[in-house]
Design a protein around this ligand. Structure first.
Ligand SMILES: Cc1ncc(COP(=O)(O)O)c(C=O)c1O
Length: 631
């Protein structure tokens, strides 16, 4: 049966997680539709153009148009809900800077959000410094979350003095006194918000951010005490915003509804107590459907952006109506949903491990008797006896290895033993899979025998959450999508860490422990894309084995169908990462030079040999940290 590009779309679940931004064209190439329309950027055609622009691989490709498209989708959804439910308040979404602090991301995001009144959320002084320096619309709000010191509070107050709507969010009770003191000293009336701990919590990996034991926020008693404290010092009129956040990536809409209902009720009760609070900030948590299953699984979400906006608007309005209080200005802090889609990594597969696939073995006549026994097992294994024979083979292997330990087995026979056992294992597994139920020992065997493709990237730099939290990201070939992918493989990175491997892949019904890929062809590069990595991953990556930041390219789709590479931002060279960790590259070069001179004096090296060593050392230190796969 032929394999078509539509089969590829189905196999990799592109219609699900792609959310209209990803597709496959007739050439079998992965394409990106930054505006979710007919204009598509062919990623495979981009590869030589990126190389011509001196972008080195692996390369991170950003689509600023996707950022703008996401802003419009989320603001559009709230606008629509406000109209539909006749909500008399406004919506002021903010982008949480922590989700991606890169200026390359913030600039297009802020530009797209400015006409819509989009604001920013900061979680530290440095992030607040960014928020204050950017030109936002007059309506936009700036939310200051995170624990604070006097300098943080002062900086926020300077923002207020500059005419910006900067809200200081009280995360713990002591911050009230701090804000009172610093604002008195600065002579600036603060805008105060209070984060509360809801009973409601999210679900999934970030569930701990919500609930009554959460790290941030005030309990109900602390909230009441805060109100009394502000009243007592004549500052109650500064209390203008109520905030909650029950966790990132909330997969279930019922969790969001519960949080919004509870938060809205607290808001309404505060109003009834005479608090002038007039903003309700529902935090982040709007999900991204990383596996495209549209379910309540961790990596997915069982609702749409529109449903999210509808629920926030509807339940706040309903609660306010029931309590007979005015509706608040709505603020949300969606980060992941705004930026996850906009970037992907293209990396090249540089090889694979040997796991006996397609291998034939001949056991020589003079081989060890035990080896001949193993070979016999291999040749006579059948569907009926595969389990028993596999156990026999394992036992024989132990005996043979015991002989090796005592010096009775040659190194060559040991190699043959290992290879034979792999082949027997493959055959046993093949038979085992023909049965309805796969016993656990064969599940384990399957994992051990899986093909490993080695790709030129670092899990720790590019997708740290895959390592730290088992988060799933869609990964698929960039080309050959009109050809059946017959290899099932995991993806190993180039770090020297066995954790640097992706062995969980998105699937509509399950999580796959291998990815369907194509057989590698000698001398022909094979590229895969790691998608939806624009949220959190960009800034949380680390320098394991000193693999640094990757080169970046910004790509804009033109109306006529072409794509423009508007910018290439070089990543780290080795000397950049060495500097981060306190090494002085120049001193290191000097040290090598001294060694070369000493070797010349001792007549162990000629001048040209010494110069060559020095030039190569310099080149290594000034080069990209990733492999030059084709070099
Ligand atoms: C207070 C706060 N707001 C907003 C966010 C962003 O959440 P998300 O990226 O899920 O929208 C976070 C992240 O967890 C957060 O802690």
């Amino acid at each position: 049966m032929t394999f078509t590009v539509r089969d590829a779309v189905r196999l990799y679940g592109i219609d699900g997680w792609g959310n209209g931004y990803f597709d496959v064209n007739a050439r079998g190439h992965l394409v990106v539709r930054p505006n979710r329309d007919d204009v598509a950027v062919d990623l495979m055609q981009l590869v030589p153009r990126l190389k011509a622009k001196k972008a080195r691989f692996p390369v991170l490709v950003r689509f600023p148009q996707i950022l703008a498209n996401r802003v419009h989708e989320i603001f559009g959804a709230f606008g629509k809900a406000i109209l539909e439910f006749g909500y008399s308040g406004a919506y002021r979404g903010v982008f949480p800077i922590k989700v991606n602090q890169q200026s390359e991301v913030l600039e297009p995001l802020i530009a797209a959000g400015r006409p819509l009144g989009m604001g920013l959320e900061a979680g530290s002084k440095a992030e607040l410094a960014i928020a204050l320096a950017n030109e936002l619309s007059d309506d936009a709000v700036i939310i200051c979350n995170g624990y604070k010191d006097a300098a943080y509070v002062r900086l926020a107050l300077r923002g207020v003095a500059l005419g910006k709507k900067v809200f200081l969010i009280v995360e713990k009770p002591q911050e009230i006194g701090l804000i009172q003191r610093v604002s008195e000293e600065a002579g600036v009336k603060p805008l105060i918000g209070v984060r509360i701990r809801l009973r409601a919590r999210g679900s999934g990996k970030w569930e701990k951010s919500g609930g009554t034991e959460a790290k941030f926020g005030l309990t109900t008693q602390e909230l009441i005490d805060a109100v009394d404290q502000l009243k007592g010092t004549g500052m109650l009129d500064c209390f203008r915003l109520l905030h909650f956040h029950v966790g990132s990536q909330i997969p279930e809409i019922k969790r969001i509804k519960a949080a919004v209902k509870e938060g809205a009720r607290v808001y309404a009760k505060l109003r009834a107590e005479g608090c002038p609070v007039d903003h309700l900030d529902v935090g982040g948590g709007l999900g991204v459907d990383y596996d495209g299953s549209n379910t309540s699984y961790d990596a997915s979400m069982n609702y749409s952006v529109q449903e999210y906006a509808n629920d926030v608007v509807y339940f706040v309005k309903e609660t306010c109506q029931a309590e007979n209080v005015p509706v608040p200005t709505l603020v949300s802090e969606s980060g992941r949903a705004l930026v996850a889609y906009h970037s992907l990594l293209i990396c090249e597969v540089s090889g694979q491990n040997s796991n006996g696939e397609g291998e034939e073995l001949i056991v020589p006549a003079d081989a060890h008797e035990g080896l001949k026994g193993l070979f016999e097992i291999y040749n006579t294994m059948s569907r009926k006896n595969h389990r028993e024979y596999w156990h026999d083979a394992e036992e024989k292997r132990e005996v043979l290895m015991g002989h090796f330990d005592l010096g009775y087995l040659s190194l060559r026979d040991r190699a043959l033993t290992e290879r034979l056992l792999t082949l027997i294992g493959r055959r046993a597994l093949q038979f085992a899979k023909e049965d309805r139920f796969l016993p656990e020992e064969f599940e384990q065997l399957e994992k051990r025998l899986i093909t490993k493709y080695i790709a030129n990237f670092s899990v720790f730099q590019t997708i740290p959450d895959s390592w730290a939290l088992d988060q799933l990201f869609p990964i698929l070939p960039v080309h050959r999508l009109d050809e059946r992918p017959i290899v099932h493989a995991t993806l190993c990175d180039v770090t020297c860490d066995s954790d640097g491997e992706v062995d969980r892949f998105v699937d509509l019904r399950d999580v796959k422990d291998s990815l369907e890929l194509h057989p590698l062809t000698p001398d022909k590069p094979y590229y895969v894309a790691i998608c939806l990595i624009g949220a959190y991953q960009d800034v949380m990556g680390d320098y394991h084995n000193l693999f640094g930041r990757v080169d970046e390219a910004h790509v804009v789709a033109g109306k006529g169908g072409g794509a423009r590479i508007t910018r290439v931002v070089p990543g780290d060279n080795a000397d950049d990462v060495l500097k981060i960790f306190g090494h002085d590259a120049e001193k290191m070069v000097d040290a090598i030079e001294d060694m070369a001179k000493a070797a010349m004096r001792a007549k162990k090296l000629t001048r040209s040999g010494a110069n060559e060593i020095l030039a190569e050392y310099r080149e290594a230190i000034e080069g990209y940290t990733y492999l030059d796969v084709n070099g």
